[in-house]
Write a protein that binds this ligand. Structure first.
Ligand SMILES: NC(=O)C1=CN([C@@H]2O[C@H](COP(=O)(O)OP(=O)(O)OC[C@H]3O[C@@H](n4cnc5c(N)ncnc54)[C@H](OP(=O)(O)O)[C@@H]3O)[C@@H](O)[C@H]2O)[C@@H](O)CC1
Ligand SMILES: [K+]
Length: 510
């Protein structure tokens, strides 16, 4: 599992650790890890070696600049030609600059050096950064982007909000990010994640301590027509803020039939989706559910004929969820429309007393109620999230939801007191408490008609197979993302092709 902690936690943990260690130890650990990665990149890249390579350090006014300068000094001692741009000369890390100078490095004021460099170290800001990059950094960052240098971000790309992944203005686009102690949420969540390149974690000993910066606070209902604040995220989460499932985590969660399993023991998922106007959503959701590890899929609704024609394995009925047989989880909403019949289907699925995944039209109907059962999994995209937020008195635009996914997903989970899977360029899955899961397998090619119906069917099947809403949502997002990549392979894909790739995604995840 890849875990990320909020700045508040990192500071508390660092404080605890620093109190036990000689001064400067942590920065030296960070600089050593950073220099080792840079040396490796120089050896593997165009220069082919450290000696004689051209390295430019962009040093801001804080300890992030200190890390970069000390790493620069280490590279200079190995023969690299290192220069440093001091973006706030009067507040530069004095020890770092002295070390660089002692190792033969020099100071430059010519941004053209960024264009000629083999490697640029972004030590402009780290976890102390707030808001967009300031003007002094812009010519250097621009020049680095023009040249062929490998850009290495120190701790995180400057201009990316460490806690949320928001990118409020100009930011460094890194090829590699070397982060210290723990991942930062902004490295795992878009838009920030897309600026980070390949992320490497350097252990500086934080695992030995328990930061105290993220005590859980009571879940409270958000009410009263307000916008969400910008207070630190740490109090909204417990311990680490974010985790990303890795292949071995998914393998441990995937349901596997054993010798005792029959189709009912493996779980039956019910799908209440599609309408006379949109039968396709039902066909897609059922198709994905059939690949989701359950013993059987029941369909209840107006598209029964189309569903059974496409999937003879499905058990179909034209009535609502109440008239269908027993299931272990419901999926309600895709392509349902919003008429009285749809409303009845949503009510019946919510009342069925089994885990229920609510998507699409189901979410619009749920927003009018402003509440959901505790075992519900809501799967909005940003637009549906706006409607759901309005249902609990929070005003937000689509852009605000997309810029700060964690905060808005958490507000929904707390407001509706259930699990929320917020779709988008980084899918976030979170309950009212505990860390949020983010998905790392997604691809922009997944933004295609019907792709959400596939995700719903798959996640619903995993719910019926016995996974918790957070596990079902995050495992489904992982498999769906992987299937998207497999079916796309760089070209546009379709919901049908994504479904067809689900078995291969499953095999690769076991
Ligand atoms: N603590 C530890 O034990 C360890 C910490 N480590 C390292 O320290 C880093 C944190 O260092 P830090 O706390 O000094 O903050 P840092 O990120 O350098 O920035 C603060 C400065 O930036 C400025 N600034 C703010 N926003 C800005 C913007 N948008 N654009 C431009 N400038 C901006 C701000 O200026 P001000 O607002 O005061 O004018 C302030 O002076 C951490 O990321 C890791 O790399 C490692 O060595 C391991 C051990
Ligand atoms: K940085």
């Amino acid at each position: 599992m890849r875990r990320a902690h909020a700045v508040e936690w990192v500071r508390a943990a660092e404080g605890e650790l620093m109190a036990r260690l000689p001064e400067g130890t942590l920065m030296q650990r960070a600089a050593a890890g950073l220099a080792a990665t840079c040396a490796e990149l120089l050896r593997d890249g165009a220069p082919g070696r450290v000696y004689g390579s051209r390295v430019l350090v962009l040093a801001g006014s804080g300890d992030n600049g200190g890390d970069a300068l000390f790493a620069g000094a280490r590279l200079a001692r190995r023969g690299a030609r290192v220069s440093a741009a001091l973006l706030a000369p009067e507040r530069v890390h004095a020890g770092g600059l002295a070390a660089l100078r002692a190792a033969g490095g020099r100071v430059t004021e010519d941004p053209a050096e960024a264009e000629r460099a083999d490697l640029v170290l972004d030590g402009i800001v780290g976890i102390g950064g707030r808001g967009p990059l300031r003007d002094a950094a812009l010519p250097w960052v621009h020049a680095a982007g023009q040249g062929a240098a490998t850009v290495v971000a120190v701790d995180l790309p400057s201009g990316v909000d460490p806690d949320t992944g928001a990118v409020p203005g100009a930011a460094v686009r890194a090829d590699v990010t070397v982060t210290f102690g723990t991942h930062k949420p902004g490295l795992l969540i878009d838009p920030g994640a897309s600026y980070a390149g390949v992320v490497r974690l350097v252990d500086i000993g934080l695992a030995e301590v328990r930061g105290t910066g993220s005590a859980p606070s009571d879940p409270r209902r958000a009410r009263g027509g307000r916008a969400l604040g910008t207070e630190p995220l740490a109090p909204l989460f417990d311990g680490h803020v974010v985790e990303a499932l890795q292949q071995e985590d998914v393998a441990a969660l995937l349901p596997e039939p054993d010798a005792e399993s029959d189709k009912y023991r493996r779980g039956v998922v019910g799908i209440a989706a599609g309408s006379a106007r949109y039968p396709g959503a039902a066909v897609l959701a059922v198709g994905a559910a059939l690949h989701g590890g359950v013993g059987a899929v029941r369909y209840a609704g107006a598209a029964a004929r189309e569903v059974v024609r496409a999937h003879p394995e499905a058990l179909v009925g034209e009535g609502g969820p109440k008239d269908a047989g027993r299931v272990q989880a419901w999926v309600v909403g895709p392509g349902l429309s919003q008429d009285a019949e749809a409303e009845r289907a949503v009510t019946e699925a919510l009342d069925a007393d089994v885990p229920v995944l609510v998507d699409a039209d189901g979410l619009r109907l749920l927003a009018r109620r402003g509440s959901a059962p505790a075992n519900a999994l809501l799967t909005p995209h940003a637009g549906e999230a706006v409607a759901l937020l309005a249902g609990i008195g929070v005003t937000a635009t689509r852009d605000q939801v997309e810029a700060e996914r964690l905060r808005h997903a958490r507000a929904l989970a707390r407001g509706y007191r259930c699990t929320v899977l917020l779709k988008g360029s980084t899918t976030v899955v979170t309950g009212p408490t505990g860390p949020a899961r983010v998905n790392a397998t997604g691809t922009a090619q997944l933004a295609t008609a019907g792709s959400g119906d596939v995700l719903s069917g798959l996640a619903g099947a995993l719910l019926a197979a016995g996974l918790s809403p957070v596990d079902a949502g995050s495992v489904a997002a992982y498999l769906h993302g992987l299937a998207g990549r497999l079916s796309s392979d760089g070209a546009p894909t379709t919901a049908t092709a994504i479904t067809a790739a689900l078995p291969e995604a499953w095999r690769r995840s076991r």
